[in-house]
Design a protein around this ligand. Sequence first.
Ligand code: SF4
Length: 705
Amino acid sequence: MTTCTPVKTTCPYCGVGCGVEATRLPDGAIRIAGDAKHPANLGRLCVKGSALGDTVGLDQRLLTPQVRQDGALARVSWDAALDKVAGGLRAIVDEHGPDAVALYVSGQLLTEDYYIANKLMKGYVGSANIDTNSRLCMSSAVAGHKRAFGEDIVPGCYEDLELADMVVLVGSNTAWCHPILFQRIARLKESRPDMKLVVIDPRRTATCELADLHLPVKPGTDVWLFNGLLCHLASEGLIADDFVTRHSAGLDEALAAAHVDCADPLQVARICKVDPQALLGFYRDFAATRKVVTAFSQGVNQSSSGTDKVNSIINCHLATGRIGQPGMGPFSLTGQPNAMGGREVGGLANMLAAHLDLDKPAHREAVQTFWDAPRIASKPGLKAVDLFSAIEAGTVKAVWIIATNPLVSMPDADQVRRALDKCELVVVSDISAQADTNAYADVLLPALGWGEKDGTVTNSERRISRQRAFLPAPGEARADWRVLCEVAKRMGYDGFDFTTPQAIFDEHARLSAFRNAGETARLFNLSHLVALDAVQYEALAPQQWPQDQPRLFGDGRFAHADGRARFIATAPRTPHNLPDEDFPLVLNTGRVRDQWHTMTRTGKAAKLSGHIAESFIDIHPQDALLYSVREGELARISSRWGAMVARVVHGGGIARGQVFVPIHWSDANASDARVGAVVNPVVDPVSGEPEFKHTPIRIEQFRVH
Ligand code: SF4
């Protein structure tokens, strides 16, 4: 595979899903440019995307299958490794039942990989114990969408951010985490200075530099703020009565819940710890501006009341009928490149393929019939945090971890270490030889990485794009879908005779059309993409689903059986664990501009470390003084779950009582650098998403003994 012709593909980092043109140069270097024709980015790339060429190559790559023998991982043939995985899973299923095994996968997988993983677990093993690191990032948005709309649908598109007269960014450092979208907003702001940008975030982030208003809410108080907005809209007579009456249900209950302690904006301002005039100004601007987009991300989702936060935002858009029309609507910004594709194939423990519901017998029957599967999971599986608890408890005895590094990324990450230590069979598929989780593998399988694998991803605006290979497979690495199919066949299952990602995509598209008959109709439908031939699949242009519908619900028809949207009564509640004498500060975690997840790829690009070279603990100078830690020196933060060490900084954006630490660094970079070890394993009761934004901690000087 030698070429100087640009190959169109998609960036593998954030959920913006930018189009990339990658060119292999004669000297082996990779030239990266933005794809001018891709609707997500129109030629632009952020610094991470631009550095993609520096992250490929053999350095730090896992190149051969390995099996643990006498305590050490030793190179084996693929046949031996696959037999070990299939034989191990089969034996555990036979002895302990289907729920004794699990897959833990990733929003980094391509849709085709995800589809096979889900089919194997739910239709053949017969357990829904397949969850994903997307649980950690956007499952509250999924749950909120399903409650409000009847289906997991993002109603709008990126263009809406440019058509809006007011953009509200909630819990989102868009400038760093979705940089190209932020550039689109910034350009708009330049040409239309009257367009209002409001940022609601406890931290003063880079995103605030462009904002007309920053509301630095107390962590965890978003529901109060948006319930207060709903009350304000009602008290000002600004409810869209016709829309609400004809197209929704539940406003009275939602208003009753909101009125309990959010009817008075002054009280809301006190609870949220924001300036009352600023809050009222926001309420008035929201009320007076028809074209409003409220975009939200992890600051909303990663909370023990994440789903309610999502619904409190959606409630305000439904109340004003501002949804599914140009320049207006709630908008979930997904973190990962294929979080949305994973949702399409049902790659979460409480979902079925093709947006069908695990708890509906007719849906289960439709999927089982389509797959001609011997069985179908009949109940939801274990969500990420519960899954690792079950492994530690010994009820789940085998786990196959694909394309994710839970030893770093999970909350209470030390529990993951204990769980994997105890687990009878740990299989890890990864591209990196240095991922922290590898050390716990009984079987280590080399996977294809970006530039080597072929398939599709779906971005935050429901746009499917191709990821295309332009590099040969390194060493003995194989595509995840191929490895999953091989294991399935060795376990004795039919239905996995795929030889190309195109064939898998075709089955995925056909399933979406199959179940769209009769009462199982869903908006997710790829019937127009059924039976693509190899050339058509190869040439597949970026496109949204449903076909030619950049916006949904503008006609007032929602996906609930009665066609009506639902207001959700969101009674506000505080974060699960609150600061106390022993743990007086609140830890907030998140991303930095130039790194991605646990740095197994971005860590290879020297220029990306130029921005921020090491982990840090960002704390207010007065708190630093109070707790006797100094800027530039190492400090240790600890919670009831674990501890980590990093250098103290004063970034300038942190309020008193709070601390921010990035999620990326791990023990592969420096010892005791995993912030996941500190994060409380509390989850939202509806979505199961962990509360990464609110862990009580203490801080002290770090002394080397
Ligand atoms: Fe990649 Fe996201 Fe940057 Fe686009 S904005 S280039 S998808 S990291």
